[in-house]
Design a protein around this ligand. Structure first.
Ligand code: PLP
Length: 480
């Protein structure tokens, strides 16, 4: 018997494959009829725990396990009722592209092939979108957490010089410090830790009531650090904060970064793609002056997970941070080993999948005008939710609605506990799934309208359910 892993009967595999594809398209088409999420029963959770499978199994039986034990218990972010955290809904064209990518099984670390040309094309599109030059570089990564880390590493190498790749940060005379707002995502802090600079070297600058960084406090912090002999090297601006979607004054930050000789990185995890929406793009003014931008196609771009991206204004600086010669990665001017520089010269990953294909398909199939209109529509739905909340005295808006995120709560005694319970009840109810966050006033129910399938009726259902659950809690508290 051959140990080749291809099927003995291709016709059989083909029929099974067509069934799987049809089932998955059915699932997406009818996802609204399902619960957003449901708790995983103990027996299902335990059913996957088995010894390493030594013997083969039929594809059809493995698929049955998937259908029965995995598919019904997914996160639910394809569902229109999903409003938690910042999750995109994916899109069918992206799903099909992901299948094609798996078929090609391309490794985009390097070498001379069209999949890499496609990644370069997406980078050119992003350079066009953000007004970056042709010499800009772009790289797909898992997500913005990773893109932000790479941004910090490039800024560090820029500040200390390429020789610091040999000496390491401990050898340096300079004590580097970075700045971002108190509303920044926790991955910036982590990036400082991973980069060896330490989170104590990150200044979390206070924000105004709209969660935008306070430039006066920022300038003061920089002045104090300089006075005390530290070296400001990096400013991270926010284009859409995770809690409420706030956008910093990026023109002002670009100016401060330039005057202070700091690298200007923008965390645009979801907000950067607001650039595609004509009504929102002006609010990102200044982003074109960034040295680097982190963004996710898998959020507002609706590309299936994962598809994070880093765009760097000066591709040379980007490469200077990561490129490393190795005999076994020798470049040629002809043959498969041509085409240098390779994506592996721009980041730590050598083996890399074909994330560019599902992104390219999504952008080509829907077009950026339609994607921009969809992004605007999610913000309009958020404003509708805001209006519904303001119309009900039992509900309290907890933060301004800047983009597509609405933070509110049921107004009652012991509000933190009650609202956390309401959210858990909603998750288990299966109609809508918001998340929570902690703001100055306490715990908030947080609805982030990222999914292109979410409609006004979904946020109205959220309001109705919060009111019903809140009233039930109040009635229970009255008799208890
Ligand atoms: C502003 C911001 N930055 C960074 C991240 C992290 O992105 P990812 O989950 O793709 O790593 C998020 C995630 O929601 C975010 O909202």
């Amino acid at each position: 018997m051959s140990e080749n892993l291809d099927p003995a009967d291709w016709a059989d595999l083909r029929a099974q494959g067509h069934r799987m594809l049809d089932d998955m398209l059915d699932y997406i088409e009818h996802v609204r009829a399902r619960p957003v999420w449901q708790p995983i029963p103990d027996d299902i959770r335990l059913s996957l725990r088995e010894p390493l499978p030594a013997a083969p199994a039929d594809l059809s039986s493995v698929y049955e396990t998937f259908k029965h034990s995995i598919l019904p218990y997914a996160t639910g972010n394809t569902h229109p009722g999903f409003m938690g955290w910042v999750h995109g809904g994916g899109n069918p064209a992206g799903v099909l592209a992901e299948m094609l990518a798996a078929g090609l099984n391309a490794n985009l670390g390097g070498r001379d092939h069209m999949p890499i040309e496609l990644e370069r094309q997406v980078a050119r599109w992003m350079a066009e979108l953000f007004g970056f030059p042709e010499t800009a570089s772009g790289l797909f990564v898992t997500g913005t957490s990773m893109a932000n880390l790479l941004g910090v590493l490039i800024a560090r190498t820029h500040a200390l010089g390429p020789a610091s790749r040999g000496t390491g940060v401990a050898e340096g005379e300079q004590r580097l410090v970075a700045y971002t707002s108190a509303a920044a995502h926790g991955c910036i802090r982590q990036a400082m830790e991973i980069s060896g600079l330490g989170n104590a070297a990150l200044r979390m600058i206070p924000t105004n009531e709209r969660h935008q960084i306070d430039p006066t406090a920022l300038r003061l912090a920089i002045a104090i650090d300089r006075h005390e002999g530290r070296m400001p090297f990096l400013l991270v601006g926010n284009a859409g904060t995770v809690d409420i979607g706030a956008i910093d004054d990026l023109v002002c930050l670009a100016d401060i970064a330039r005057c202070e000789g700091m690298w200007f990185h923008v965390d645009g995890a979801f907000g950067a793609l607001a650039m595609l929406a004509p009504d929102l793009a002006p609010r990102l003014a200044g982003i074109e002056q960034a040295d680097s931008i982190a963004l996710d196609f898998h959020k507002w771009g609706q590309v299936p997970y994962d598809a994070g991206f880093l765009l760097v204004y000066d591709g040379g600086k980007h490469r200077e941070t990561f490129a490393a010669p190795a005999a076994y990665l020798r470049r040629e001017t002809r043959g498969l080993a041509a085409g240098s520089p390779w994506p592996c010269d721009f980041g730590p990953d050598l083996s890399r999948g074909f994330r560019a294909l599902k992104t390219w398909f999504t952008l080509k199939v829907h077009g950026t005008e339609r994607i921009g209109a969809m992004i605007s529509e999610t913000c309009a739905i958020a404003r509708h939710l805001e209006a519904c909340i303001k119309a009900r005295p039992e509900l309290e808006l907890m933060a301004p609605v800047e983009l597509n995120i609405v933070c509110f709560r049921y107004h009652c005694p012991d509000a933190d506990r009650v609202n956390a319970k309401i959210v858990a009840d909603l998750h288990e109810g299966g109609r809508v799934a918001p998340s929570t966050t902690i703001l100055d006033k306490g715990l908030a129910i947080r609805a982030a309208i990222v999914n292109h399938r979410t409609e006004r009726r979904d946020v109205e259902a959220l309001v109705d359910l919060v009111l019903a659950r809140g009233a039930a809690e109040a009635a229970y508290a009255a008799v208890a």
